[in-house]
Structure formats: C-alpha cells, structure tokens
Design a protein around this ligand. Structure first.
Ligand SMILES: *[C@@H]1O[C@H](CO)[C@@H](O)[C@H](O)[C@H]1NC(C)=O
Ligand SMILES: *[C@@H]1O[C@H](CO)[C@@H](O)[C@H](O)[C@H]1NC(C)=O
Ligand SMILES: *[C@@H]1O[C@H](CO)[C@@H](O)[C@H](O)[C@H]1NC(C)=O
Ligand SMILES: *[C@@H]1O[C@H](CO)[C@@H](O)[C@H](O)[C@H]1NC(C)=O
Ligand SMILES: *[C@@H]1O[C@H](CO)[C@@H](O)[C@H](O)[C@H]1NC(C)=O
Ligand SMILES: *[C@@H]1O[C@H](CO)[C@@H](O)[C@H](O)[C@H]1NC(C)=O
Ligand SMILES: *[C@@H]1O[C@H](CO)[C@@H](O)[C@H](O)[C@H]1NC(C)=O
Ligand SMILES: *[C@@H]1O[C@H](CO)[C@@H](O)[C@H](O)[C@H]1NC(C)=O
Ligand SMILES: *[C@@H]1O[C@H](CO)[C@@H](O)[C@H](O)[C@H]1NC(C)=O
Ligand SMILES: *[C@@H]1O[C@H](CO)[C@@H](O)[C@H](O)[C@H]1NC(C)=O
Length: 571
C-alpha cells in the first residue's frame, strides 16, 4: 500500500480518542504474581501505597470502608508463638510512607474480622495515595495501618495476620472520619477521568491459585466469562454490624454431587447435609459471603455431615480437617467431577433457589509454615457456633459483585456460579448504575471444567438423575465400594429436606431404581424390590415433629430491588 494521508490518520486518531473518552469502561485491577498462605494458596490484588517511596503490597480484595495495610510492626508482637518475617512483601513500613496524612494514634485493641480464626488488632487510620495500575493513582484513600494483628487457633498457636484487605467501597462515596477520605471504587466512578467507570460497583472472581484460574476484578463492571448461570441479587444492609461482611444470604442446603462421570461415593447425589442431625436448625440459615476470610465457617453438625462422606481427620489444634491423602477415596474425590454444593434463596425469596457448586479439586487446600512444619492438605470446613460464613475457599467457585448505586446508603450485591479453569474468552461488560441482572456467559459450568477434572468411569447422564439419598453414613470413610442406597431423584422439582420431600423422593427413587435395574442380572432385579422398602424404613426414622410443621410465612422480601430507586432496607 502507498501512503496513508495524514488527514486519514488524524481522523482515525480522533475517532479512537473520542470513543475512549466517551464510553466509561470498567477498570481492571492487577493481581500479584505471588500467592499467599499459610492456608491457601490464595491470590491477591497488587496496589502501591503512597507516592515517592511508594510500596507495592498484595491485598485480599473484598473489604468495606478502610483498606487494611499490615505493617512490619506486626512481627514485633511478643504474643506470637510462631516466626514472622518483617521483610515479607505483604508488610508495609509505615516510616517510609512519606505522603501519609493525618495518621491517628493507634486505636484500642479490638476484634479483627479479616483473618482465619479469632483475632485481635490495633491500628491507626490514615489516608494516602493508592496506585491501582495503568498509571492511575487515587488520592486520599481511606486506610487503616495495622500495627498488631494476631490470630489464635483453637490449640493455642498464635500466628500473625500478614496480608491486608483491599476495600471495595462502602455505601457512601466518601469516608468521613474526621477527614474526608475516599475509596478506589467510588473515586473511579466520580473522578476517574479518562478511566472513569460506568458505576460505583465491581464484579469479581478470585479464581484458584492451585488450579491456575487467574483472579478477575473489574471496577464498574465484570468479565462475563466469569459468570456461568443466573445471577442472584440481594439488597444489602448498609450499616450492618460486621465491618466487612454484610453480604448476607439465606442458605437452604449443602449437598454432594458429581458433575459428570462416575461417583466416588456409593450414591450419585446427597442433599440435606446442612441440617442433618441437627433438629434445632431452622433453615434457611443466614450466612455471610466473606472474601476476607479463608474457610467455610459452618455449624459443627454441618461440618460433621459433610466430612462423614470424606476421608478426612479433624485436627483439633487448628480446628480444620486434614485430608487422608493415602486413602484412595481422597484422589477419587479431589480429582473427579465431585463437588460440594451450596443452595441459597435466589433473589431473597423463598420461591426460588440458586446453587453454587464447588468442585472438591478446589477444596484440596494447603497448610504451610508457620501453621504446620510439613505442608498438609486440608479440607476447609471450620466449625463455629455462630456467624456462619463462606470465605475464599467458596469464592474460588463463585462470582460476587456489589453495586453501591449512587452511594446514598443503598445497594445490591450479586452472587453466581463462577467457571472452572476452562472459562470462555474474556468479555468485559459494564455494570449499570442500577443493574439488577448481570448477563452470564453462554458456557455451561461443566464446559469450563471439561478437560480439567478426571471423571470416574461409569455414572448416569447427570442431567437425567439427580436426587437425594440419606444413606447410613456412620463410617467416616465412604469409598465407592460401600453399600448404600444408590440413587434418588427429584426430576427437577424443588424438594425439601423435610418429611414430604423424603416421601416423594422415596416414591420417585423406587420407580427409578426399578427402571435402572431392569437391564441388570435376574438376581439383581429381584434384589431391587427390597430397596424401596429400605427407603421407606429410613423415611419413618427421619420423621420428626418439627419437620412436619409448615414453615411460618416470613415477612415479604423484595423479589427485586427496584432499578432506579434502591431502597434502604431498615431492619
Ligand atoms: C498481647 O496481646 C494483648 C492484647 O490481647 C496486649 O495487651 C499485649 O500488649 C500483647 N502483648 C505483647 C507483648 O504485644
Ligand atoms: C490533619 O489533622 C490535623 C490535626 O487534627 C488538622 O489540623 C489538619 O487539618 C488535618 N488535615 C491535614 C491535611 O493535615
Ligand atoms: C485530598 O485531601 C487533601 C487534603 O489533605 C485535599 O486538599 C485534596 O483536595 C484532596 N484531594 C481529592 C482529590 O479529594
Ligand atoms: C445446630 O444448629 C443450631 C442452629 O443453627 C446451632 O446453634 C448449633 O450449634 C448446631 N449444633 C451443632 C452440633 O452444630
Ligand atoms: C494437628 O496438626 C499439627 C500439625 O501437623 C500437629 O502438630 C498436631 O499434633 C495435630 N493436633 C492434633 C490434635 O491432632
Ligand atoms: C492436592 O493438593 C496437593 C498440593 O497440596 C497437590 O499436590 C495435589 O496434586 C492436589 N490433588 C489434586 C487431586 O488436585
Ligand atoms: C515445628 O517443629 C518445631 C521443632 O520440633 C516445634 O517446636 C514447633 O512447635 C513445630 N511447629 C508446628 C506448627 O507444629
Ligand atoms: C460451641 O458450642 C459447644 C457446645 O456448647 C462448645 O463445646 C464449643 O466450645 C463451642 N465452640 C466455640 C468455637 O465456641
Ligand atoms: C448404620 O449401620 C450400622 C451397622 O449396620 C448400625 O449399627 C447403625 O445404627 C446405623 N446407623 C444409622 C444412623 O442408621
Ligand atoms: C430450596 O431448597 C430447600 C432445601 O433443599 C428446599 O427445602 C426448598 O423447597 C427449595 N425451594 C425451592 C423453591 O425449590
């Protein structure tokens, strides 16, 4: 080709430049190239604090209000019973922050909510610039410099908290706390200049370090490929009691299942683990989604019900379950398409559920020094008596986002299924100021795991057979060889864990069982007749008065938060 006329070039430049300026686009945060433990590996966002002698620091994204910066002083705490490295790249030296403004005297000791296990901390509020990448420096970001933070495990081990928390905003545009400070998410929406974002919101999937699923966070938008399946929308309580939490949702069940192929268990699917063996539990239970915390913080009875199906041993010193890696069932469960499912009230109503599946491959996490002397794989159920929450272990498989609207104290948050390692191509999409519905990728969840999980031989077509069994699981190790009721079915209808559901399941399971056995040997076919009776016995045993009672109708919850008038829900 010959010469391109200068005018044409100029026109092209003009069109390109104006289109960049005109359309507000989501802003992508940058992830650290390192991963963090000692109970991960976890991925963290990388930002720089200060100008001049700026310090780059990894932070777990997902907090509210102040960003928590862990200071080198943390390692000086004499209460620690394990070693602490003040040169760790996750700690910041406050003396070197020359642009720091209005640092207060350290506050009194308080409970720290952003750690693995109960913790205390002492910090000071300040503000400074934060460089969030692409040459973008946000001034006057509200921060909390943490001088002391240590967490005490059940057996008495006292470990430092070494990775801070990146605030993703708050239900206001600014943080008024003696001074006017800001948040990166609100600043990019109100003052982001050429990189201004379409809304005061974010969408994130933290991914998995172990499985090579990179983290993804956009301010003012999200990557559509990180959402596979319908989004659930909840309004949040702006000034709830937990400083960083508030992403509350009603959880109705926990179950086991298999995405494709054979099952590592003697059944294809098992539901009703949330309330199993706990007659005082009234489902749904309220759980918080907490990107700042690592584990699945669930009632003891729920952890018991889940781990009864897994080759794990409870370590009471750490309060966690260690995988028995020598057991064949460990490999079958963690490398196959087996998953742990969490069912929630979709859109804050009792009328619909939404389920997020977390493959056991993601629940094969690693404890490292200083919590253990030798790397140990663990299953992240952590029994608690209150404040149930789902941390990063869960969020490896979940998409979460928040929309703070115009910062007047109201907002909505989003929860959906995130993909596996084979997500579709990145597809950055804006979140509008009042978007109630985020479109998902056209990939199915199974697509994004195909080629990464190793389905076990056998198994039914997963779409034709899902269901509920309540097998006798008094043994703590359930290998494929164990006998038990093989398959129930619910054929796409919402079935509860109570009596009616079980009777219905028994009926359907009986039919299915006979159908499935039809092709089997004559001896086995004869045997099949006994199965529904066994199921019937089971049903009788499970009937409890409180399960027969109709659940009292609760106050009407909004199905949707109205688009342009997100209300502040009082109480
Ligand atoms: C240990 O922690 C307590 C607060 O729980 C604090 O008062 C004390 O100063 C700490 N000790 C040291 C040596 O840091
Ligand atoms: C910081 O705090 C001091 C004392 O409270 C106050 O006088 C000053 O205006 C504040 N702001 C800045 C930017 O220093
Ligand atoms: C940041 O705070 C200083 C006062 O410390 C103020 O002068 C300045 O205008 C603020 N910048 C922005 C962008 O709000
Ligand atoms: C049973 O559930 C109730 C209500 O959620 C809870 O307080 C209790 O701790 C649970 N019991 C056990 C053993 O987990
Ligand atoms: C828990 O694990 C740690 C680290 O491997 C070990 O030192 C401790 O003895 C274990 N505690 C129990 C109660 O098994
Ligand atoms: C489980 O994690 C360990 C590292 O802690 C790894 O070596 C192993 O391959 C993982 N297992 C599976 C099935 O992914
Ligand atoms: C690691 O080993 C040392 C020396 O045997 C011991 O003092 C320490 O308690 C162990 N740490 C853990 C977390 O088990
Ligand atoms: C939970 O409650 C049980 C029974 O009351 C108690 O034994 C246990 O110590 C409590 N656990 C925690 C972490 O408080
Ligand atoms: C499970 O089976 C064993 C052995 O047959 C029996 O002793 C136990 O009572 C059964 N448990 C339940 C919960 O049915
Ligand atoms: C939601 O799930 C729970 C627990 O499995 C069940 O009891 C309830 O009937 C389900 N609701 C709908 C609408 O399917």
């Amino acid at each position: 080709m010959a010469h391109i006329k200068p005018f044409t070039l100029l026109l092209c430049w003009f069109v390109a430049a104006t289109s960049v300026v005109q359309a507000d686009t989501p802003f992508e945060l940058t992830w650290s190239d390192k991963t963090y433990g000692p109970d991960g590996p976890w991925q963290a966002v990388s930002v720089s604090i200060g100008t001049g002698a700026a310090q780059t620091v990894p932070l777990y994204p997902g907090g509210r209000w102040s960003t928590y910066i862990m200071l080198t002083d943390i390692c000086d705490d004499k209460n620690l019973t394990v070693s602490c490295d003040p040169d760790s790249s996750s700690l910041v030296s406050i003396e070197k922050l020359d642009t720091i403004t209005n640092i207060t005297e350290p506050n009194n000791w308080d409970d720290y909510e952003y750690s693995s296990v109960p913790s205390v901390y002492q910090s000071a509020i300040f503000y400074d610039s934060m460089n969030i990448g692409y040459g973008t420096s946000v001034p006057n970001v509200s921060m909390s410099g943490v001088y002391h933070a240590y967490q005490t495990f059940p057996g008495g081990l006292v470990a430092p908290v070494t990775v801070g928390i990146l605030s993703m905003g708050a239900p206001t545009l600014n943080h008024q706390w003696k001074e006017t400070m800001t948040f990166i998410t609100s600043y990019m929406y109100t003052d982001g200049g050429a990189r201004k974002t379409p809304s005061y919101s974010y969408g994130m999937h933290i991914g998995s370090a172990a499985l090579g699923i990179s983290g993804s966070i956009y301010l003012g938008g999200y990557d559509k490929s990180r959402l596979v399946g319908e989004i659930s929308t909840q309004s949040f309580t702006p000034y709830g009691s937990a400083p960083g939490g508030n992403l509350e949702i009603g959880m109705t069940d926990v179950g086991l299942g298999v995405g494709t192929g054979g099952s590592p268990w003697a059944y294809d699917h098992k539901d009703c683990l949330l309330s199993k063996s706990n007659s005082s539990m009234d489902v749904p239970i309220t759980v918080e989604v907490n990107p700042e915390k690592p584990y699945l913080y669930l009632p003891q009875s729920t952890c018991d019900a889940i781990t009864a199906e897994l080759p794990v041993t409870f370590n009471s010193s750490l309060g966690l379950y260690f995988w028995d890696t020598k057991d064949d069932a460990y490999t079958r469960i963690t490398s196959s398409a087996a998953y742990l499912s969490f069912t929630f009230e979709k859109d804050m109503t009792e009328d619909a559920n939404t389920t997020i599946k977390v493959p056991f491959a993601l629940l094969n996490l690693t404890l490292e020094d200083p919590l253990v002397n030798q790397s140990t794989t663990y299953f992240p159920c952590y029994p608690v008596n209150s404040s149930y929450s789902l941390g990063r272990a869960f969020l490896q498989a979940a998409f979460v986002g928040e929309n703070f609207g115009n910062g007047n104290g109201n907002g909505i948050w989003y929860l959906g299924q995130a993909p596996g390692p084979g997500a579709a191509k990145k597809d950055v999409t804006s979140i509008g100021l009042s978007d109630n519905n985020l479109p998902a990728s056209s990939s199915t969840w199974e697509d994004t795991w195909n080629g990464y999980w190793h389905p076990l031989p056998g198994g039914d077509d997963p779409s034709s057979s899902t269901g509920t069994t309540s097998s006798n699981s008094s043994t703590s190790h359930t290998a494929a060889g164990d006998s038990g009721l093989s398959t129930g079915a619910k054929a796409g209808i919402g079935v509860g864990c109570g009596a009616a559901g079980i009777i219905l399941i028994a009926a359907i399971a009986g039919v299915l069982l006979i159908r499935r056995r039809r092709a089997a040997a004559a001896a086995q076919a004869a045997n099949a007749n006994s199965k529904p009776i066994q199921m019937g016995d089971h049903t009788t045993r499970q009937l409890r008065p409180q399960e027969l009672e109709a659940k009292p109708a609760e106050g009407q919850m909004p199905v949707e938060v109205p688009a342009d008038s997100i209300r502040y829900e009082l109480g």
